[in-house]
Design a protein. Structure first.
Length: 390
């Protein structure tokens, strides 16, 4: 695989990924370019025009899978228990229905978004404010470590949505400053952390201050026993969303080849000449790129029969018989990467994923590794067949 690895050689500093300084975090970065698996659009949810304006101005084009699953159910008022990782559009998945349901003619707190940290509270409120910028929805952040007096003053004015950590908002509710009796929606983001021993008693007390006709939506990367116990006690026939249940990177050896754009087709041909491929999928980031990749490939006679070159985000079940996945274009977010490379834990087949990385992809590579808690290694001169062949 000398030709591939020659093109794939990373810069002289072998730890180039670790030395990267990430650019400032863009709030829309996580969901930009996520292609919906069902092909829905935001117009399908009959949202207010002002909310749609905020959604599109923020750069969202189509709903991501967690948004597709969550938004229409949340709009019906049903309780939700959703498993979703960071980087999948989760924040917008609950902010959009919350904003849609707010009645700005009423001077009352109508939604409470609970998060475990001040940093996440600030990030969440920023997303809510940007999405609702044309709606006159008043969003307030309330967390520990800040002035209680400032919060009391702020609550004296109009507040429709509060983004808070549990301890501070419970204190304000117990003092009668934060009036939550008309608050009909409570969202708990990172619910596994909110229901840890540190927070759970506080959260349960808070539930008692909410409207009796309340809707509770839990979003969590994991479902520990505490989440199930809370669900059984407080949620009413919740709708379960678990997009991550069958997708795992376990058993997948992941590599990157550092190439220039013009080297991609040559690298691809070399990979097909050297690897023992049963069935493969080559992913591009757009339909146009698929056409270009096929055209530039020229003579494909050296390739195994019928390699599948796919546009973004096909249904993940297609991976069941695939032992090699190649990202001709590297995805922009972790959710897309997981759907391309992840495989069903039920089948447990081994496989390899090879990512063709350009200089412009380096930040996304580092970010996806961090969000998925995985490592994508430089491609070696020889890949052992035992890693991907039965």
């Amino acid at each position: 695989m000398a030709a591939a690895t020659a093109a794939a050689a990373p810069p002289a500093d072998s730890d180039w990924k670790k030395s990267l300084a990430l650019p400032p975090k863009d709030a829309r970065y996580k969901t930009e370019d996520v292609t919906a698996t069902k092909g829905n659009s935001f117009e399908d949810y009959f949202l207010k025009r002002e909310l749609l304006m905020g959604i599109y101005e923020k750069g969202f084009e189509n709903p991501s899978p967690i948004q597709e699953e969550s938004i229409p159910i949340a709009l019906t008022g049903r309780d939700i228990l959703a498993r979703a990782k960071n980087g999948t559009g989760k924040t917008a998945a609950f902010c959009i229905p919350v904003l849609e349901k707010v009645d700005t003619s009423k001077n009352e707190v109508q939604a409470l978004l609970l998060v475990p940290t001040r940093e996440l509270a600030l990030q969440t409120s920023q997303v809510a404010k940007e999405l609702g910028k044309h709606m006159a929805v008043e969003v307030m952040v309330s967390t520990g470590g800040t002035s209680l007096r400032d919060d009391i003053v702020r609550l004296g004015a109009t507040v429709h949505v509060i983004v808070a950590t549990p301890g501070r908002i419970l204190d304000l509710a117990q003092k009668g400053v934060a009036k939550l009796d008309k608050c009909a929606v409570c969202v708990m983001d990172e619910a596994d952390k909110l229901l840890s021993p540190e927070f759970q008693p506080v959260v349960e007390q808070l539930i008692g201050f909410l409207s009796q006709n309340r809707q509770i939506c839990l979003y969590s990367a994991t479902f520990p026993v505490t989440v199930k116990q809370f669900k059984d006690k407080f949620l009413r026939k919740p709708y379960i969303i678990n997009l991550m249940e069958e997708l795992t990177l376990k058993g997948v050896s992941q590599y990157y080849a550092f190439v220039e754009e013009r080297q991609k087709v040559h690298c691809l041909n070399t990979l097909f000449a050297k690897l023992s491929i049963n069935q493969s999928i080559i992913f591009c980031n757009s339909v146009n790129r698929v056409v270009v990749a096929r055209w530039m490939g020229g003579d494909t006679a050296r390739m195994p029969p019928a390699p599948h070159i796919a546009p973004p985000n096909p249904h993940p079940h297609i991976h069941q018989a695939v032992n090699v996945v190649i990202n001709f274009d590297f995805p922009k977010n972790s959710e897309t990467y997981l759907h391309r490379v992840g495989r069903s834990g039920r089948f447990g087949h081994l496989g390899i994923a090879i990512n063709l990385i350009t200089y412009e992809d380096r930040f996304n590579l580092y970010k996806i590794e961090q969000e998925l808690g995985t490592e994508i290694k430089p491609i070696p001169p020889v890949i052992e067949k035992g890693l991907y062949c039965a």
